[in-house]
Design a protein around this ligand. Structure first.
Ligand SMILES: Nc1ncnc2c1ncn2[C@@H]1O[C@H](COP(=O)(O)OP(=O)(O)OP(=O)(O)O)[C@@H](O)[C@H]1O
Ligand SMILES: [Mg+2]
Length: 324
């Protein structure tokens, strides 16, 4: 399969902030490619450069054989963009928003109604077609925004944080929708800060931190980077203050992660560290409720590769959903 997206050394500087730092990657036709990174990593800026909404300081992006800098009109025909903040009109109905987008993309008058109605059907929005955008729930707003990005049958869809701010059910529905779009052959470039979402949806993931790509690979290959690591996971009845500080003295503990009442120890010597860990927990008055040895997850690999605290990836942003 040919590479439908080719990005080379793309760089964006805001003042003295190197927001995107010489990044290069290719996306294959039909692939779901994910940009995974914390807030401020440069995900949105990269999309904006790829679709011609902002100029890079240097570097190139070729989208379906068109250079974004030289041929942005052609690029816009090839792609659909679903920004973090919806670009639809609050007062217009779901149906009218689609028609309006179709007009912008110069879809013929004859085609517009057909496409809009098909998309409403396909996206489960038929019963809401006469409601103004602003009256829809968040999940439906996001769906309609995606539908609108598809009115001109683009080959590539850019989804910036498609599930941020959605409830669990809407987020799940949206992931199913992304899989359906992939089945139809649409190439999808998405950004996320949810590691499980990247793992679930993406054929390949680029991990981006502070404007730099740390790794690009399949979720399986990224996980394989920590295959010698084992994870000792201990669930506690409560998490005593400052508990984490008492373990680094144990030989063989590579990393400690804490989330709510669970501790995860990365090690290559799980049998050796377990008694020592239990002893310390006992001394600190923390009662053990569960104890398990696990295979490393993509989260563990992410921590090893980036050195970042997972809490950073769990921070959800305030909602921005366009007109409300
Ligand atoms: N228009 C702008 N002017 C100045 N600085 C900007 C602008 N847009 C982004 N930045 C800065 O560039 C960096 C990358 O921001 P960007 O929005 O691309 O990150 P992101 O990975 O999309 O983050 P998030 O997960 O919060 O959406 C940040 O330091 C941000 O403050
Ligand atoms: Mg962003």
């Amino acid at each position: 399969m040919s590479d439908i997206i080719q990005v080379k050394e793309l760089t964006k500087i805001y003042g003295d902030n190197l927001a995107v730092d010489h990044i290069s990657f290719d996306v294959k036709q039909g692939e779901v490619f994910g940009f995974l990174g914390p807030n401020g990593a440069g995900k949105t800026t990269t999309i904006r450069m790829m679709v011609g909404l902002t100029q890079p300081q240097s570097g190139t992006a070729i989208i379906d054989d068109h250079d974004v800098l030289k041929d942005s009109v052609e690029v816009k025909k090839t792609i659909g963009l679903v920004p973090e903040t919806s670009n639809l009109y609050g007062e217009l109905t779901a149906f009218k928003n689609l028609i309006y987008q179709a007009e912008l993309y110069e879809v013929s008058k004859k085609e517009r109604d057909i496409r809009a109605l098909n998309l409403l059907e396909e996206f489960g929005l038929k019963e809401h077609q006469e409601k103004p955008f602003q009256a829809l729930s968040r999940g439906l707003k996001r769906r309609l925004t995606i539908a609108a990005a598809l009115v001109h049958n683009p080959k590539i869809l850019f989804l910036d944080e498609p599930t941020t701010g959605l409830d669990v059910m809407s987020a799940r529905g949206l992931r199913m929708l992304v899989r359906d779009l992939k089945k139809k052959g649409i190439t999808i470039f998405l950004t996320t800060h949810y590691i499980p979402e990247a793992e679930n949806l993406c054929d390949r993931i680029a991990v981006i931190v502070k404007g730099r790509i740390r790794v690009i690979d399949t979720p399986e290959n990224i996980k394989a980077q920590v295959k010698e690591t084992e994870v000792l996971e201990i669930g506690l009845d409560h998490m005593p203050e400052g508990l984490k500080d008492h373990f680094p003295s144990i030989e063989g503990v590579e990393k400690i992660l804490i989330h709510e009442n669970r501790m995860r120890f990365h090690t290559q010597k799980v049998d050796q560290i377990t008694p020592a860990v239990i002893q310390i927990l006992d001394k600190r008055g923390a009662k053990i409720k569960t104890i398990n040895t696990l295979s490393p997850t993509l989260e563990d690999a992410f921590v090893k590769i980036t050195g970042l605290d997972l809490e950073l990836m769990r921070i959800d942003k305030p909602m921005k959903m366009g007109p409300e």
